[in-house]
Design a protein around this ligand. Structure first.
Ligand SMILES: *[C@@H]1O[C@H](CO)[C@@H](O)[C@H](O)[C@H]1NC(C)=O
Ligand SMILES: *[C@@H]1O[C@H](CO)[C@@H](O)[C@H](O)[C@H]1NC(C)=O
Ligand SMILES: *[C@@H]1O[C@H](CO)[C@@H](O)[C@H](O)[C@H]1NC(C)=O
Ligand SMILES: *[C@@H]1O[C@H](CO)[C@@H](O)[C@H](O)[C@H]1NC(C)=O
Ligand SMILES: *[C@@H]1O[C@H](CO)[C@@H](O)[C@H](O)[C@H]1NC(C)=O
Ligand SMILES: *[C@@H]1O[C@H](CO)[C@@H](O)[C@H](O)[C@H]1NC(C)=O
Ligand SMILES: *[C@@H]1O[C@H](CO)[C@@H](O)[C@H](O)[C@H]1NC(C)=O
Ligand SMILES: *[C@@H]1O[C@H](CO)[C@@H](O)[C@H](O)[C@H]1NC(C)=O
Length: 496
């Protein structure tokens, strides 16, 4: 029995190792663009931004060639208008796999085929070919001996779950129960993942004020803007988590567990028409940068704290040909001519980025005479795109103060300033901040820069926990291999 237990602990260790470093953020590259950049330019952008995962909506052969030998992992798509063809004929499906997948592997690292996009909610007439399409493509993969490298799934809209809050009572639209059962059984059989398009922006705008904007943008500092699931007492600090959990609970309601969720699209438009006031650069930057931080943190969702929520940001380029309201054309983080709309970092903020010791006794605080709304903006920016460590101002933590926005903002401003000033970070925050030598620390609430404090904005070795920063990653792997080796040795001892 002991060797068995040993085996299991190896498995657990390996899982843990993957977990400790593995959560990732990728990006969608859409195709409804009148003047798309050359494929080689797109790949250059991905490399420059260190994006290692990309979702294509089709199988553009130039893109697949440009992605060869880059190591970038690729989701390719069977577009909705080709679904009928592959879902009605085994040989068409085999042809599709040979021309679009087998021909590019292994140079191009295709790991998933997304079959259709939101088929059940956007083209319900095609629902009957969805499952055959999955099955035919899977047989063709098997015939091409690619079934262990490439998985097949089909992205579903969050609209498949008519009521996603509270997550614990969420269920798929029962009209589709029979197809969803077959779809989930397929995912289970082939070790694939549930692909969810979790478009918080739509859920927020359709919610007509039920959910606060803060909750949608991962900025719900005030507990009144966070939401408790009354059945589980789980606390939701953001809408994204509640949608992902709703997908897990909806699968559970059909008796399927253990199927991971991949979020195949989530983002925020940066521009919209006069009736779309929430489509702004500030909101898009806040949403996407907070989402990236949230995913790379690797801490899962309230109901799935150990699951990684790998996510593809929607999207790299504005798509000028997308139909619908103005916002539909403006989800990109850049124009197709590569002019950036805002700067998004896809790397985990490097927490070991130290404080400059020269800054002891200098603090960056909020000007308490500045308008509260400007302070809130500065605070949101510091804790979001600015990557300040805002743990200490969360409810229940020593620097939390629900009645004093200036005090809370001061903590975030100061943390940002101490982390970044050596690299050019300033104490400005739209003229709501100022430098002082008066230490704002009080009680257990210690500000970075206090003399003799270990709170150097991340100097202490204990704070270097970022799972993705290169040095930490390396040491995590060393640790992993070490424990792996030890386990193997122990096992051998037990066996012989
Ligand atoms: C492709 O991606 C998979 C999954 O991350 C990885 O295990 C494999 O090494 C990659 N292959 C290449 C050729 O980069
Ligand atoms: C469920 O799906 C059907 C078919 O598309 C649709 O008519 C119905 O409105 C949906 N129900 C809900 C509650 O969204
Ligand atoms: C799920 O399983 C339980 C227990 O086996 C059973 O009572 C229930 O009817 C099943 N639900 C569905 C939707 O199949
Ligand atoms: C890129 O395109 C946008 C929108 O069409 C335009 O405003 C911008 O000036 C262009 N940038 C360059 C460098 O051409
Ligand atoms: C603080 O803000 C007020 C009002 O905006 C302004 O008059 C004052 O000059 C600011 N103080 C500093 C030190 O920047
Ligand atoms: C953030 O600050 C908290 C205490 O305020 C500390 O425990 C934690 O280690 C810090 N995290 C990082 C990543 O620096
Ligand atoms: C700075 O203030 C201006 C005017 O109040 C506002 O439009 C802008 O969004 C603010 N910028 C930030 C980053 O808060
Ligand atoms: C992840 O988030 C949790 C909860 O907000 C926080 O306590 C933890 O420090 C974060 N970890 C990393 C590595 O950022």
């Amino acid at each position: 029995m002991v060797p068995n237990r040993g085996k299991r602990s190896i498995l657990l260790l390996v899982l843990f190792c993957v977990n400790a470093s593995g959560a990732f953020v990728g990006i969608n590259v859409g195709t409804s663009i009148s003047n798309p950049p050359p494929a080689s330019d797109i790949v250059a952008i991905l490399k420059e931004k260190q994006i290692r995962h990309v979702r294509l909506f089709d199988v553009d052969h130039e893109m697949l060639n440009a992605l060869a030998n880059t190591g970038i992992e690729v989701i390719v798509g069977v577009p909705n208008d080709q679904l009928l063809r592959v879902g009605q004929s085994r040989s068409e499906a085999a042809d599709w796999i040979n021309k679009n997948v087998a021909a590019y592997i292994p140079a191009t690292n295709i790991t998933y085929i997304a079959v259709g996009n939101e088929v059940l909610t956007t083209i319900p007439n095609a629902a009957l070919v969805l499952i055959p399409a999955l099955q035919f493509l899977q047989s063709a993969l098997l015939a091409a001996n690619l079934n262990s490298q490439v998985k097949i799934s089909s992205p579903q809209s969050i609209d498949m779950i008519p009521k996603f809050f509270p997550p614990s009572t969420a269920t798929f639209n029962s009209t589709w129960n029979s197809i969803m059962n077959q779809y989930l059984q397929f995912l289970k059989n082939y070790g694939s993942s549930f692909m969810l398009n979790a478009q918080t922006y739509y859920a927020y705008t359709k919610g007509q004020g039920i959910f606060p904007l803060d909750f949608a943008l991962f900025q719900a500092l005030n507990p009144n803007n966070q939401v408790v699931d009354p059945n589980t007492n789980l606390y939701y600090t953001n809408m994204f988590d509640s949608m992902v959990d709703a997908a897990y609970y909806s699968m559970q309601a059909l008796n399927f567990t253990g199927i991971p969720v991949i979020v195949t699209a989530s983002g925020w438009p940066w521009f919209g028409g006069s009736k779309e006031p929430d489509a702004t650069v500030d909101n898009a930057l806040a949403y996407n940068s907070n989402l990236i931080k949230h995913v790379l943190n690797g801490s899962g969702t309230p109901s799935q704290p150990t699951a990684q929520i790998n996510t593809y940001i929607f999207e790299l380029f504005n798509e000028d040909l997308r139909p619908g309201p103005i916002s539909e054309k403006n989800w990109g983080i850049m124009y197709p001519n590569k002019t950036a709309l805002y700067t998004l970092s896809f790397e985990h903020p490097d927490e070991s980025d130290g404080d400059s010791t020269g800054l002891v006794g200098v603090f960056c605080v909020a000007n308490s005479s500045a308008p509260a709304i400007a302070l809130k903006q500065g605070l949101d920016w510091a804790c979001g795109p600015g990557s300040a460590n805002c743990s200490a101002i969360q409810p229940g933590q020593p620097c939390y103060d629900s009645n004093n926005i200036a005090a809370v903002a001061s903590y975030a401003y100061n943390d940002y300033y101490h982390r970044t000033q050596a690299n050019g970070g300033t104490c400005n925050f739209n003229n709501t901040a100022m430098i002082t030598t008066t230490d704002p620390s009080h009680g257990l609430c210690i500000f970075a820069g206090r003399s003799g404090s270990s709170k150097g904005g991340g100097i202490s070795p204990g704070s270097a926990l970022g799972p993705i920063s290169p040095t930490n990653l390396a040491s995590a792997f060393q640790l992993c291999w070490l424990s792996y080796l030890v386990t193997v040795l122990l096992l051998l001892l037990f066996y012989y």
